[in-house]
Each structure stands twice: as structure tokens, then as C-alpha cells.
Design a protein around this ligand. Structure first.
Ligand code: IMP
Ligand code: MG
Length: 178
């Protein structure tokens, strides 16, 4: 069913079941690839909190969580400037970090985060994102290690993703109606 958020109409795009199935696949890949490490999962607030908590429930490795917060979006467009706020400030030296992100759009956020986290000499930085919009990514070398689903370059809301603060609580994902 079509929904309205603020001034815009959205149509159903990804069901809760589809989202959960994609997350299970990502978790299996991480469990396999990072076996033998104690990964430090870094969910990027606020958007990825839903993805992170569902993903982590399927991780069977000893692991830790530390949050980081970024902000770049205004309405349905990326502003290009990314503000990063440390929520936890763990020691990253020698750690295997998994950045947990809701969506890669222009790639500005992850490019900035990778540079910032690399300064502290982690052993490895992996990127797990639920969604990727390959057509929007401005950085050809920015490739997520784990991707739930690739989607077209259209604005989406739900399951953590917002439109001007609303819609994060929706259990499924909706696409902006043209
Ligand atoms: P990027 O820096 O352009 O890659 O965008 C990263 C952030 O912008 C994501 O973490 C989201 O929080 C937000 N974002 C990107 N695309 C969308 C969208 O379609 N809907 C809602 N938020 C989005
Ligand atoms: Mg985000």
C-alpha cells in the first residue's frame, strides 16, 4: 500500500521477509570470512541501527559493538559534507572493524569514515551495507565487502532509512513514487 511521509508518496519496495533473507546471507559471509577474529562492529547511526541489531543476532563469532554517528542528508539529497561524531571511542589499533551501514549512496560517508578509522591502524576495515546504489557512487574504488542488495538510484525509506526524520520505524522499505 502507498504511504505518505511529509509531502511525498512512497510505494512498497522491499518486504520485511526479503530484508531479513538478505541479512542472513550477509551474516553467513561474515561468519565465514572473519572466523578466528574478534570483529568490532561499528554501526553508523542513526540509519543502520535496525540493520545492525538484526545482523548481529546472526553473528556467531565473539565480537564487540561500538557506535559512530554521521550526518550528510537533507531531505532526499546528500549534501556532500559529512559530519562524524564519535559515540564510543574504542582503541582501533590491530582490530578487525566491520562498518555497518544502511545504504551506500554517493559514497561520501564511507570514504570519510574509512580515512578517519584508518588513522588508528586497525588490522582490517570491512564494510557491510544493507543496500547499495551503484549508479550513485562517486568513488570507483569504494567497494563494500558485504552487500544485502543493490538497488536503483531512487530515494528509499523504512527499516532505519528516513525522509527528514520520519519513516525509520517502518519494518519494510518503500521507494519514492515518481
Ligand atoms: P552517502 O554518503 O551519499 O553514501 O550516503 C550515506 C547516507 O545517506 C546513508 O547512510 C543514509 O543515511 C543516507 N541515505 C542515502 N541514500 C538514502 C535514501 O535513499 N534514503 C534515506 N537515506 C539515504
Ligand atoms: Mg546512514
Amino acid at each position: 500500500m502507498q504511504i505518505q511521509i511529509h509531502d511525498k508518496q512512497f510505494v512498497p519496495f522491499l518486504s520485511a521477509a526479503k530484508i531479513q533473507a538478505a541479512i542472513q546471507v550477509v551474516a553467513q559471509q561474515i561468519n565465514h570470512d572473519l572466523a578466528g577474529t574478534i570483529p568490532l562492529f561499528m554501526p553508523v547511526l542513526n540509519g543502520s541501527v535496525f540493520f545492525a541489531t538484526d545482523l548481529l543476532r546472526h553473528i556467531n563469532l565473539p565480537c564487540e559493538i561500538a557506535f559512530i554517528k554521521t550526518r550528510s542528508y537533507h531531505g532526499t539529497n546528500s549534501t556532500g559534507t559529512v559530519e562524524v561524531t564519535w559515540v564510543d571511542k574504542p582503541n582501533l589499533a590491530g582490530r578487525t572493524i566491520v562498518i555497518v551501514e544502511d545504504i551506500i549512496d554517493t559514497g561520501h560517508t564511507l570514504t570519510k569514515l574509512l580515512a578517519l578509522l584508518s588513522e588508528q591502524n586497525p588490522a582490517a576495515i570491512k564494510i557491510a551495507c544493507l543496500l547499495e546504489k551503484p549508479e550513485a557512487n562517486c568513488y570507483p574504488n569504494l567497494k563494500p565487502d558485504y552487500v544485502g542488495m543493490q538497488i536503483p538510484n531512487k530515494f528509499v525509506v523504512g527499516y532505519g532509512l528516513d525522509y527528514n526524520g520520519h519513516g525509520r520505524n517502518l519494518p519494510e522499505i518503500y521507494q519514492l513514487k515518481e
